[in-house]
Design a protein around this ligand. Structure first.
Ligand SMILES: NC(=O)c1ccc[n+]([C@@H]2O[C@H](COP(=O)([O-])OP(=O)(O)OC[C@H]3O[C@@H](n4cnc5c(N)ncnc54)[C@H](O)[C@@H]3O)[C@@H](O)[C@H]2O)c1
Length: 272
């Protein structure tokens, strides 16, 4: 299958092999990134939750992916098996894409202060933050200088966005983790960055109360007055994962059509 994204083909990822986590279906950000890595000459292993296998395999097969690793980030045995499978097949890897988040539904709706629970916050941090630390530690052990890791975040880490709540707290922790991991892995020549994407129509967004409104308001209040494109997010990922991203580490890069930097909307744009 040809890549569905309107990005030029090339060889930016030629000779690079790595793991893309977080493909659930063809709308997943991870799928947009994986298909572009392959379109740029790279090899990608796909990690997926068992329940997504029937959707992930056909997608991967359509672009010639040869390595599939079931992976539940909350289960150490599953993490061990996933990284062992990659080590067996490839020995070393060059990159890792972390595109995983989860919070219970009551944690991403209504009042944060009322709804946030000890257990809800712990689950969100475990799946959405600790998983990146764990992936980074395991991936770094298989990387040479020039390796690159990326994770996905959202502006709800920096600003209080309606309903994003517990996930916003988790994303703030994820961005801090990105800097600490970057600091630790820097001397080994491994770079670590986060992409802060604008709202995009995926399963994760559908799980957030008012996700549709996040999408519409993101479009209306962004500098460019448009949705965040998969092309833009995948393009940024290619820059960070390839040698073009040399010297960039510990960054959180916004790819959101300029939503994050807007102040007040002009008077004629203010909702009545
Ligand atoms: N969609 C958006 O608007 C948006 C914006 C900014 C950032 N993000 C972030 O992008 C990332 C990918 O989300 P998406 O929007 O592509 O949605 P998605 O639902 O397609 O991807 C989320 C992935 O997390 C995986 N996952 C959840 N729990 C897991 C576990 N225990 N073990 C392994 N995998 C697990 C799911 O299987 C799924 O593949 C997330 O970190 C999300 O917060 C999304």
């Amino acid at each position: 299958m040809e890549s569905e994204l309107a990005l030029p083909k090339g060889q930016l990822m030629s000779g690079k092999r790595g793991l893309v986590t977080g493909v659930a279906n063809r709308n997943s950000i991870a799928w947009g990134i994986a298909s572009q890595i392959v379109a740029q000459g790279g090899e990608a292993a796909l990690a997926y939750l068992d329940s997504n296998e029937k959707r992930v395999r056909p997608l991967g097969e359509s672009i010639g992916v040869s390595l599939y690793v079931p992976m539940d980030v909350t289960n150490d045995a599953s993490m061990d098996a996933a990284f062992a499978a990659m080590a067996d097949k490839w020995g070393t890897i060059d990159y890792l894409v972390h595109s995983i988040a989860f919070a219970d539904r009551d944690q991403i709706s209504g009042s944060f202060v009322e709804n946030c629970t000890r257990e809800g916050l712990a689950t969100a941090i475990d799946v959405s933050v600790y998983s990146f630390v764990d992936c980074a530690r395991r991936a770094a052990a298989m990387m040479r200088p020039g390796g690159s890791l990326i994770t996905m975040t959202y502006l709800g880490s920096e600003r209080a966005i309606p309903n994003y709540n517990t996930m916003g707290v988790a994303k703030a922790a994820l961005e801090a983790a990105t800097r600490y991991i970057a600091r630790d892995l820097g001397p080994a020549g491994v770079r670590v960055n986060a992409i802060s994407a604008g709202a995009m129509r995926t399963l994760s967004l559908a799980g957030i109360s008012g996700g549709r409104s996040m999408l519409a308001q993101g479009r209306r209040l962004s500098a460019m007055r448009e949705d965040t494109s998969m092309e833009g997010v995948a393009g940024c990922a290619l820059w960070l994962l390839s040698d073009l991203g040399r010297s960039t580490t510990g960054e959180v890069i916004h790819v959101d059509a300029g939503f994050h930097m807007m102040g007040l909307p002009a008077e004629d744009e203010t909702p009545s």
